[in-house]
Structures are given as C-alpha cells and as structure tokens.
Design a protein around this ligand. Structure first.
Ligand code: HSE
Length: 419
C-alpha cells in the first residue's frame, strides 16, 4: 500500500483525495497496489471540506511521518513550498507537485536534489493535458523545433468571452475568478506570468534551457482592447495569449504575449478555459495537445497520474528529461533579436503630412509595411491600422517610442505580434 500526504488541501487537493477514493478500483489495478491518502495539511482546520481524511495544520505531521511515501505539494507560492519540498526529498519521500511558480524558479536545484527520488509535476503545465509526459517521454527522440500554445485558461476564457460576447474585461475577470480558473492573485494570469512559468518548464524539458521569468519577454492581456479585438475579427484573426518557444540555430527564443492568429489555425479555434499546445519535433512533425488547463478535477487527474506512476515504479525518469546536459548547449536568444510580424494601431489627428511622418519612422527603423488602412475614429482623428513584414523586436520597440513622441499621435500606439 502507498500512503500519500497532501500539503494544501484546497480545490485541487480535495479533488486528488476524491479521485483516489472514487476511482480506487481502476487506480489500484493500474498502480499494482492500493493508494490511500493518510493525511492532509490545511491552513484553516475549521473549514469543512467534506473529506474523511485526517487533517492537520502542521506540515511536520506529514514530513516527519515515516509511513508517508509520497508528498503531494499543492500549497502555492515559491519559497515556502521550496523549503517543504526540499525537506520531503531529503527524507527520501517522493514528491508530486502542481506548482509551476516553484518550478519556474527552482526546477534545476530540485532536479539535482531529487536525483533518483521520484519528483513529478505533470499538473504544473496545462492542468489535465499530459504535456510533460508527451514532451519528456513520447517525443524524446526528437530535436524540438517549437512549442506554441495557449497555456492559461483564464486568459483564454476572457479573450473568448470578449470576442464572442463583447463582455467587458473586468466583468469577465471576476467571472473566471468565481469559476475557480484564476490564480489566487489573478495578475499572474492576465499579466502572462502563469503562462511564462509553464513555458519555462516546457523549455527545460525540450531544450535544457535554465531561464527564469525575469529573463524572457512576458506581456499579458491587460492592454488588449475591444477595439483591437473587433479589428482582428474583421480581418479574419483571433487574439490569443500564447507561450512560444522556438529553436533558431543554437539559440532558443522564449516569449509570452497576446498574438493575432489567423482564424483558420487550429490554435485560434481553442476557446474558453481550454488549453492547446502544438509541439513540432524534427522527426515527428507537428503534434497537438488539447484539453482542460484549469479546474480541480482536471488538474487532480494529472496529480493522481503521477502518484500512480510512482507507485508502479518507485522511481522517476530524470526530472527534466535529461540524464546529462546536452553538448553544445542551447542559449537564450536576446529579446531584441526576436523576429515577428507586427500589428500596429496608431490613433492620430487626421491632417496633412501625418502619414508621411509616420512612414518615415518605419523607414528609419528598417521596418517594412505589409498592409495599411486608415479608419476614421472621430471627426478629427483616425486609426492607422498597419501590419508589418518580419521585423526585429528591438526595432519595433524603438519605433513605437518615436511614434508616441509625435505631437499628432493621440495615444501610445497599440502593438500586437502576429503569428
Ligand atoms: N490560472 C491557471 C489558468 C490555472 O488559468 O490556466 C492552471 O494553471
């Protein structure tokens, strides 16, 4: 019999306990032995969770319990769970976590510490989708060319509702919090950090890249307006928050931001709280993974899968998928060197000479315009809608600063990268 201790019995932890009970028949058949939750740690012992497991508010009750084989960490946060997980590993207990923020900062230290002790984290990326398993095991024969996907259910839910139903940003954010999709601090979702944490985990498995959130380009959806969503729709695009990892020679670019994607692309069709990730391997070609990226049962499904796996074998494959580091290691591409096509919306006073001065800045920054359209915005102002050919990020950023300074430009230009 395998005994589990759950540290953090919230929405996901409760689902883990319930799934282990509800599906005990199939789980023990698959694991080859019975799996039971021995105890759980909560902050508030007075709250009724409808569970028949022993609850405590002291992590030591789990960490010092020699009968517990697997510690499931669902606390949230970074440094506190880091200490708890280190202690669990040091006492020889296997660990399963859903904590992407912890891994975004400490995955390499944890991999070194875990060595042969099982440390699994399938639920940390895209909830119920077995993307870690696919990338680390199913695609291990491939050089990974790219990973691109919708990795945050909250943002996808919000963008879908804003696009299809015209719901206002604040209302829909509140709704996704009530539905339990959003992080405790929803700025992690809408600011792109949650997706970035997940992207960094995937990038370690695919490329062995040791980057932290501060090292990569992260933008959220806070500045995506109804106006731009409507223009995107009119021209056949959807706007999605994407995590993108792409290999270019010996460099890897990592970025999270809102993107304009042609409506006919598969990723553009992934709506609501669902996640979808495309992985391109040099031998397999493109593979696509779709499923629920948030929610108690979907996330717990991945946690329990890890528990079953550990019960089966007792040990882990190398935590980040590499037994030893690759030769000729890949390095992180500088943000300024990232290349993309860009959509720009520039609100200007509608008078003679404005367009010439704006296009001069495009020329000065070596940015080539692909399409351009002017739409009246009010009696005296117009929106210039411009898409570019492929350009460097540093040139676009530089040009936007220059455009914003022009006296006939009414507000900071809107820029959305195109896929
Ligand atoms: N807040 C996350 C999301 C939950 O919306 O996708 C799953 O990580």
């Amino acid at each position: 019999m395998i005994k589990v201790g759950i540290i953090g019995v919230g929405t996901v932890g409760t689902s883990v306990a319930n799934i282990l009970k509800d599906n005990a028949d199939v789980i023990s058949a698959r694991a080859g032995q019975e799996i039971v939750v021995k105890s759980g740690v909560v902050k508030n012992l007075n709250k009724d969770r409808g569970l028949d497991i022993k609850l405590t508010d002291n992590v030591d009750d789990i960490l010092n319990d020699s009968e517990i084989d697997i510690v499931v960490e669902l606390m949230g946060g970074v440094e506190e769970p880091f200490e708890v997980v280190k202690r669990a590993l040091k006492s020889g207990k296997a660990v399963v976590t859903a904590n992407k923020a912890l891994l975004a900062y400490h995955r390499y230290e944890l991999a070194r510490l875990a060595k042969d002790i099982a440390f699994e984290y399938e639920a940390s990326v895209a909830g119920g989708i077995p993307i870690i398993n696919a990338l680390r095991d199913g695609l291990s024969a491939n050089h990974i060319e790219s990973i691109m996907g919708i990795m945050n259910g909250t943002c996808n839910y919000m963008m879908t509702k804003m696009t299809n139903e015209g719901v206002a940003y604040d209302d829909i954010l509140k709704e996704s919090q009530e539905l339990g999709y959003a992080e405790a601090d929803p700025t992690f979702d809408v600011g792109g950090y949650d997706a970035a944490h997940k992207l960094l985990i995937l990038a370690s498995i695919a490329y062995g890249i040791d980057a932290k959130p501060e090292d990569i380009l992260i933008e959220g959806i806070e500045n995506v307006t109804q106006e731009d969503i409507a223009f995107a729709k009119e021209f056949g695009y959807a706007i999605k928050l994407l995590g993108i990892a792409k290999k270019d020679g010996n460099e890897v670019e990592l970025r999270v931001h809102a993107c304009l994607i042609k409506q006919e692309e598969m990723i553009a069709k992934i709506d609501g709280v669902m996640n979808g990730i495309s992985v391109v391997g040099d031998k397999v070609g493109e593979t696509l993974y779709y499923g629920p990226g948030a929610g108690g049962d979907a996330t717990a499904s991945a946690v329990v899968a890890n528990i079953i796996d550990i019960a089966r074998s007792g040990k882990s494959t190398p935590m980040l998928g590499f037994d030893k580091p690759m030769e000729g290691k890949l390095t992180l591409k500088a943000t300024g060197n990232i290349e993309s096509k860009y959509y720009l919306r520039i609100n200007v006073s509608d008078r003679a000479g404005v367009l010439a001065k704006i296009t001069k800045l495009f020329e000065d920054n070596n940015i080539s315009i692909e399409t351009m359209l002017q739409r009246p915005a009010s009696e005296n102002s117009a929106n210039l809608l411009i898409s570019t050919h492929t350009a460097f990020e540093r040139d676009i950023q530089n040009m936007i600063v220059g455009i914003a300074l022009l006296e006939f430009v009414n507000s900071t230009p809107v820029m959305i990268r195109m896929v």
